[in-house]
Write a protein that binds this ligand. Structure first.
Ligand code: PAF
Length: 321
């Protein structure tokens, strides 16, 4: 009798496909060889290994599934499984996350990583979880710098009148208005052509992205302004994640941590090697930048966040050692 019951259960599991293999698509904006691509592949490899092949995965790179905002919407409705995205458009869905996009807030990579790996990072992942998304781990894009086709930018005066593509993020847009540029929000997949056709003069992104996107083909000058730290996050669809067993959820969490670690290692490597690569490809790299006047003008953007949430989170982030 006992064998008969076990047999029925096994047959039922097979019939419902509970042990069937599932392929997870990981969407992101950049090439498979970029820091996001390296992180996406680490996620896939770790998940496949931990699950003994129950889960496999593939990348949907280079914005194949749309801009980051579109991909986040896809997660919410369950048309996408998993996305590695910057926080650029995420504040539109989870406004508390705007705190991380405030300019000149993080001192350096150690400060940013310690914040995201600590209590604050966990709190913000939980906030993401309250907005029909699953925040699995903090990954990384990097400190952002300004590139343009017109002139060497050393001071805020040099930004005056430059049409600068920003992410669809009101903190960034307010900061660049304050610093004197004309911010033009645009989804990343449209950016290269917009730079090529002169729809915008410049853009801002980390060295990781400038190199991965070969922006030297359409931009002459890069100023290492480091005006904002750009976190990335591994997000899953609740439609997928809520249907997993606890063990499977654990595999996804582990795979996300492996993804973030691989991405950060690649950011480290490119921060070292990337600037030389920009020069080799003909860009003028401006390093002698006094950040203080930029920071003073960008400060107006803090109110986008603090008017709603006060200054407590900003003070807590500044206090992280
Ligand atoms: O500029 C952006 O939109 C983002 O930095 C990018 C390149 C999509 C990476 O998250």
């Amino acid at each position: 009798m006992k064998h008969l019951v076990t047999g029925f259960i096994a047959a039922a599991i097979l019939a419902t496909g509970a042990h069937a293999q599932q392929n997870i698509v990981v969407g992101h904006a950049l090439s498979p060889s970029s820091h996001y691509g390296v992180g996406a592949q680490a996620f896939i490899d770790t998940l496949t290994e931990l699950s003994g092949g129950t889960f496999t995965g593939e990348q949907a790179p280079a914005g194949q599934l749309g801009g980051e905002r579109d991909m986040i919407e896809g997660l919410q409705i369950g048309s996408l499984d998993l996305v590695v995205t910057s926080t650029g458009p995420l504040g539109n869905f989870v406004p508390e996350v705007f705190a991380l996009d405030l300019p000149f807030l993080f001192r350096d990579y150690d400060h940013a990583r310690a914040t995201l790996d600590g209590e604050i990072g966990q709190e913000l992942l939980a906030k993401i979880g309250e907005n029909n998304l699953v925040g699995l781990a903090w990954s990384e894009n990097g400190f952002r710098h300004v590139t343009n086709s017109q002139r060497a930018v050393r001071t805020p005066e040099d930004l005056a009148g430059l049409k600068l593509r920003t992410m669809e993020n009101k903190v960034h847009m307010t900061a660049f208005s304050g610093m004197g540029a004309s911010p033009t929000p645009m989804a990343f997949p449209e950016l290269f052509t917009a730079l090529q056709q002169g729809v915008v003069d410049g853009q801002e992104n980390p060295v990781t992205v400038i190199t991965a996107s070969k922006f030297w083909e359409v931009q002459k000058h890069v100023s290492l302004t480091g005006h904002v730290y750009s976190p990335a996050v591994v997000l899953a669809s609740p439609v997928l994640f809520d249907g997993l067993s606890d063990e499977q959820k654990g595999w996804f969490m582990e795979a996300s941590k492996a993804s973030a670690a691989a991405t950060r290692a690649e950011v480290n490597r490119l921060e070292e090697a990337g600037v030389a690569l920009l020069r080799e490809n003909g860009m003028e790299v401006i390093t002698d930048i006094d950040k203080a006047p930029f920071a003073a003008l960008a400060e107006a953007s803090y109110s986008v966040y603090t008017d709603q949430y006060g200054t407590e989170m900003v003070d807590r982030i500044k206090a992280v050692k």
